[in-house]
Design a protein around this ligand. Structure first.
Ligand SMILES: O=C(O)c1ccccc1NCC(=O)[C@H](O)[C@H](O)COP(=O)(O)O
Length: 263
């Protein structure tokens, strides 16, 4: 049976056909953003990548009519390390317009959260102002991962490589990924379990210059402490922040001190 990832990727292929017919040669001069890797690597506090997420396959509508600029400014003012903008429309109701409007509003690292399988999507992410893109190992062959990683690197973008298990971690390490995200959500069953971060952390090469980020299912201080305890330096948080009535308090609850947590 086709998984949600299969369905999303089938839809992406159709969109890429359209993107390839559009002219994307005029690149607006955008602000230079600080490096997400440097920020996470040096920080003594767990850093938050705060996501703008209108809807999702697992939860349906979350905040369809959110104003992405206002949300991004709230995240920025509350101390987010990076803003993640979901740009997929059919499944998440996001857009590249959301990304571009956020890019004009905040100066921090900006992640284009999409299902990237073709270089034209990387071009579009850069055009819209992203400084980081996501590559999902489960969505790509080893060759595609290597080529897209190199393409993004050459375009001056940082790459967050998303893994779900030990084999995918190996692929991420092989392409030289420095920002590695463990998605706690099973993309087939939607089951979310922070144990995934713990399992990957147990084999993660922390002695190398790499950063572990825990993605999905982070709701409260205890969740942040749990992943920080095993070595995560950042968390990618969507739904809990989108549903929070007070972004400042919600973010603050997750900004745990790394030094105070013993492995
Ligand atoms: O969120 C989903 O339902 C989903 C389904 C299929 C593929 C990806 C999906 N989400 C993308 C993400 O990785 C999350 O938006 C991100 O990690 C934040 O997760 P959360 O804090 O649980 O909203």
């Amino acid at each position: 049976m086709a998984t949600i990832l299969d369905k999303i990727l089938a839809e992406k292929k159709k969109q890429i056909e359209i993107m390839l017919t559009q002219d994307s040669s005029i690149l607006e001069e955008r602000v230079t953003r600080p490096s997400l890797f440097d920020h996470l690597y040096k920080s003594e506090q767990l850093q938050i990548i705060s996501e703008i997420k209108r809807a999702s396959p697992s939860k349906g509508l979350i905040a369809e009519s959110v104003n992405p600029v206002e949300q991004a400014i709230s995240y920025y003012e509350a101390g987010a390390a990076c803003i993640s903008v979901l740009t997929d429309t059919p499944f998440f109701k996001g857009s590249f317009e959301d990304l571009a409007s956020v890019a004009d509003a905040v100066p921090i690292p900006l992640l284009c959260k999409d299902f990237i399988i073709h270089p034209v999507q990387i071009d579009q992410a850069k055009h819209a102002g992203a400084s980081v893109i996501l590559l999902i190992v489960a969505a790509l062959s080893k060759e595609e991962l290597k080529d897209l990683y190199a393409y993004a690197f050459d375009a001056g973008l940082e790459v967050l490589v998303e893994v779900h298990d030990a084999n995918e971690l190996e692929s991420a390490l092989k392409v030289g990924a420095k920002l590695i995200g463990v998605n706690n959500r099973d993309l087939r069953t939607f089951d979310v379990d922070l144990k995934r971060t713990e399992e990957i952390a147990a084999i993660f090469p922390f002695h190398e210059e790499r950063v572990l980020i825990s993605e999905s299912g982070i709701w409260k201080t205890e969740d942040a402490e749990r992943v920080a305890r095993v070595g995560a330096r950042g968390v990618l948080v969507g739904e809990s922040l989108m549903r929070s009535g007070n972004v400042g308090n919600a973010l603050q609850a997750l900004q745990v001190e790394l030094g105070g947590i013993t492995k």
